[in-house]
Every structure is written in C-alpha cells, then in structure tokens.
Design a protein around this ligand. Structure first.
Ligand SMILES: Cc1ncc(COP(=O)(O)O)c(C=O)c1O
Length: 382
C-alpha cells in the first residue's frame, strides 16, 4: 500500500487524551484530561429533554437563536455591539474553531508564535497546515514574558500568534499591561492574534480578566476562539465559537462548512439556556472553582509538592524531580497504575521529550479531589 500522508505523521497522539484512553488506568481518578465530573446546569438538561429539540442540520454559522443569545453574552464581555449575523461563528468546540481560524489565516510555510508551555493542540493543528511554530518561553514561577524574545519572534513576521488566556497549562492570567505590550507588538509587526479564551470565566482571587479584543485597535486583528465546554460543564457537547470581524468570519464560515457543515443542532438548542444565564451564574462558577483550587493546591503543598498556584483555568503544574522518576511519562504511568491517580506528563506542553513536571486538573467534585490527595499522600520522595 502507498504511504499515508506525511502531514499526519509529524505529530504524536495527544498525550492528554491517551492517558484517558489507556484502559489499564480505568479505575484511576482522572486528573489528566481536563473535564468536569459534575453535571451541567439543570436548565440545559431540561431544555435538551423538553419539546422542540431540532434533529436536522443547523445553519452553518449556527442557529439564529444561539447566535442571538451568544451575541448578547459577548456584548457584555466585550463592551461593544456584536452582530450575530456577521461577527460570530458557532463551531464544534473551540478545537474546530481554532482549526477553522488557522486554516483561514495561514498559508503553508507561514509561522505562528506560541508561548511555551502551551496547549498541545496548537502545535498539531499548525503542523496539519504545514505552518511552522516559533516558541517563546515563559520564564520563572510566574511565567513572565521576555518581551525582547517576543519581539525577536514578531520581527520575523509570523502571520499570527496564539494567546491562551487564562492559560492551560500554566494557569497564568495575562495582565492588562502584558496584553497591552503584546498588542503593541502585534500592531507594529502586523500580526493577527488568535485568542483561546475557553477559561474566560475561571479566574481566581478577584483578578480582572481582560479580553484582548477590548484593547485599543485590537478588535480588527484579534480572532477569539471561545467555548461552552468549560463554562457550562459540557465538554462532550462540542460547542464553541469564533468572535471576529466580519471579513474573517465570512471566510472561516466556509471552512467550517466543509469541515463540519454545522455544530450539533440539538445541543445548540439546549445550550442557549447556558448563554442566557445572568451574572450570578458566573460568580457562582468562579466561587466553586476557587474552592476546588484552594482545596487541591493547599493539599498538594501540604504534601510537600512544589507547584504553581494558578490564577485562572483549572490546572496545576507540579514538580516531580524530588521523586527522581525515570521521566515524566514513566512517573504518570506509575502514578496511574500503583496510586490510582491520572496526571498528564509535562512533555505534552513543551518541545522536550521529557520534563520534570506533571499537570493535574481539579475540575472535580471535592470528594474526588480529597480522595486523590489521600492517594498522593502514599507517594514518597526518593
Ligand atoms: C486551552 C484549551 N483550549 C481548547 C480546549 C478544547 O476546547 P473545546 O472543548 O471547546 O474544543 C481545551 C480543552 O481542554 C483547552 O484546555
């Protein structure tokens, strides 16, 4: 048989998802792949089981009602009017949103700037498009930006930079000042900024979340990918969206059409109940995640783990060097098999094949987090 495409041979399987897929770890508490173990708000479920649920193809850009509700939500976040007909596109999760956007922007050979550590999908998606990635390392415990290094990358005229904020896996929430400096460089070197904002509502300690699109002059060059997955605990519904100027949406809509035709009709219909939630819902979401974060990070610290305490999203990067492992993958395999806790090896978020970190997520019921901490207590440094 003739060989399969080279393009699909240049990246590895997702390290995040492969931990979940490994059936040997079925009994372990999954702090690997980041999805909640609790249900979505009851309003979504009721609508899903109620009358009038559509079962056929939806409009390619998303149902009219969904886009109208989404436009209102986005208007509140961005403080500007959003045209539901021309400035929004509903996709199969933010994953498809990101792919459709990158396909809309990039020619083969174009470069994309990505902060490292990064969410692994960006790299594989860039490779699928024969684009190259320029990695800009974030430094130190607070993952600060070396702006000289970023400017070096921007000077090479990449077509786009991807900004994950709040960031998976670092938990960093970029400050207004950092975003303003990124914006200045994007402007100076004429680079699109593709934002991944799936954790927009999961921010701790009263920190203010700044939408990149709201910075002066940035609406025109920002393409924002968002999702319902994390905000309404519906990662399996595969609903995401793009918010961008109409010229970009018009093109991305064609790409989305030929990738998927539309996002799932019944789930768009039911998820409107999420988009229509008022402020109290988001405040409550933040409060609950804050409790989970505090419980889990305090627990890890009291067991002697060196970790970064996230400012946003729901991940912790934990140092494993004191266990002297045979690598982060081997460590995660032992952790899953012998201690019943799934984590993701740090190499999934870096260019290196081996790191001295693992990532835990804490989108779990408090009982599960407490049980995971009990299991981790048995693990002793070597
Ligand atoms: C940073 C980031 N972006 C995107 C996704 C995927 O989002 P979706 O479920 O909307 O495809 C995830 C999932 O973990 C994520 O962490």
């Amino acid at each position: 048989m003739r060989p399969l495409s080279k393009r699909t041979d240049v990246f590895r399987e997702s390290g995040i998802r492969s931990m979940t897929l490994n059936e040997n770890y079925a009994g372990a508490i999954n702090l690997g792949q980041g999805y909640p173990d609790f249900d979505p708000p009851s309003a979504l479920i009721e609508r899903l089981h109620g009358p009038g649920v559509p079962h056929q193809y939806e409009l390619t850009p998303g149902s009219v009602d969904f886009r109208n509700a989404l436009a209102k939500k986005q208007e509140r976040s961005l403080g500007r009017p959003i045209d539901p007909n021309t400035e929004l596109l509903v996709t199969n999760g933010s994953t498809e949103a990101m792919m459709a956007v990158l396909m809309t922007l990039l020619e083969p050979g174009d470069a994309v700037v990505v902060f490292s550590p990064y969410y692994e999908n960006y790299i594989s998606q860039a490779k699928l498009l024969d684009a190259s990635v320029d990695y800009v390392e974030l430094n130190g415990r607070d993952f600060s930006i070396d702006f000289d290094r970023l400017e070096d990358a921007m000077r090479k005229r990449p077509k786009a930079m991807i900004l994950c904020n709040p960031s998976n896996p670092t938990g960093k929430v970029f400050s207004q000042n950092e975003l303003a400096q990124i914006a200045a460089l994007a402007e100076k070197y004429d680079v699109y900024v593709v934002t991944d904002e799936v954790y927009e509502h999961i921010v701790y300690d009263g920190l203010e979340y700044v939408y990149f699109q709201t910075l002066p002059g940035m609406w025109e060059r920002t393409i924002a990918c968002g999702s319902l997955s994390k905000t309404y605990a519906v990662t399996g519904w595969r609903l995401g969206y793009v918010t961008a100027p109409s010229v970009v949406i018009q093109r991305a809509k064609k790409v989305h059409d030929f990738l998927a035709i539309c996002a799932p009709a019944p789930l768009q219909y039911a998820a409107i109940a999420g988009l229509l939630q008022d402020r109290r819902y988001y405040d409550d979401l933040t409060r609950q995640y804050q409790r989970r974060r505090d419980l889990f990070t305090n627990g890890l610290k009291s067991l002697g783990w060196e970790i970064n305490v996230p400012q946003g999203a729901y991940y912790v990067l934990a140092d494993i060097s004191r266990f002297r492992p045979e690598g982060d993958l081997a460590f995660c395999q032992t952790l899953a098999r012998e201690y019943g806790v799934l984590a993701v090896p740090g190499y999934c978020f870096r260019r290196e094949d081996r790191t001295d970190a693992v990532r835990f997520h804490f989108a779990k019921k408090e009982e599960a987090l407490t049980e995971a901490l009990n299991r981790l207590e048995r693990l002793k440094p070597r």
